[in-house]
Design a protein around this ligand. Sequence first.
Ligand code: NDP
Length: 317
Amino acid sequence: MTQFQNRVTQLFGISYPIIQAGMIWASGWRLASAVSNAGGLGLIGSGSMYPDVLLEHIRNCKSATESPFGVNVPLLYPDIDKHIQIIIDAGVKIVFTSAGNPKTWTGVLKEHGITVVHVVSSSKFAIKAQEAGCDAVVAEGFEAGGHNGREETTSMVLIPAVVNAVSIPVIAAGGIATGRQMLAAMVMGAEGVQMGTRFVASEEASSHIEFKKAVINSTEGDTVLTLKQLMPVRLLKNKFYQLVHEAEMRGATIEELKTILGRARAKKGMFEGNLEEGELEIGAVSAIVDRILPAGMIVKNVWKEFNEVLSNPIKML
Ligand code: NDP
């Protein structure tokens, strides 16, 4: 494989600027270590983990790989201070924060020598992340699965906007699952990509096999950004989504929507495999993901395609 270096590979000490997104109920130590062992950057998704569970995943990940890995921390997590303390005490070197204000924890993490990257959905938030001292940002477009920005800015628009707005490296996310898409993002100025949906359809993802099958069988138009009044989330349309949609159509209040959502919907759908009643968070790019593969093969395939197209731009055009 081609020797490649840029600010993103140097920042994390990795071979390829391919990052596996931290995703609730999908990205535990098995997935994160498999991606890191293949030369990308694996992230443990701590949002669905109780503090003791997170610690176990960090320990297992350290045993499974000697390569760099990180932890994704959604800042609205209820026991956030416990997670941060575990991350510091366990000697984790890379943290990706999301869904919150980067000012709150970036300074604390950086004091402990941790590289901090924040996920943003607008150039306004990218500037805030840079001001807070983040080392890089993930610019995550409207196509992305899970929690998402309210403005609905697509990756095609967001990536160049964020690249223009900040001087720190920009990692593109939202709608990326192939080497060609990776190259397109980098032509727009990104220095790396973060992929979630592609890695949900991997052997090592901890999500339920029925959810993985639903992901690979889905097609264009099967995902939607919903619950914008509560916390916008992109998911696969199913019976649960229809309930939410009908409630929104009749003008349901936020309290009513919270009651419909209930508790642990995401776990029910993505971890327990209840495709009707559960919340199935996934990105729009699931439309072109059609096979469950080993995570290491996903990294290699994306990097191979990226290089093949890059090495023959005339043919590409
Ligand atoms: P709910 O309030 O519906 O349920 C909480 C879920 O999180 C339960 O399934 C619970 O597991 C688990 N959990 C893990 N740690 C804790 C804790 N300390 N206290 C309570 N529950 C905990 O939330 P969601 O399932 O919608 O979201 C869970 C978390 O994931 C939140 O922190 C949220 O911010 C994050 N999230 C991140 C997303 C992303 O895109 N990065 C997307 C969606 C959510 P159990 O059932 O075993 O008790």
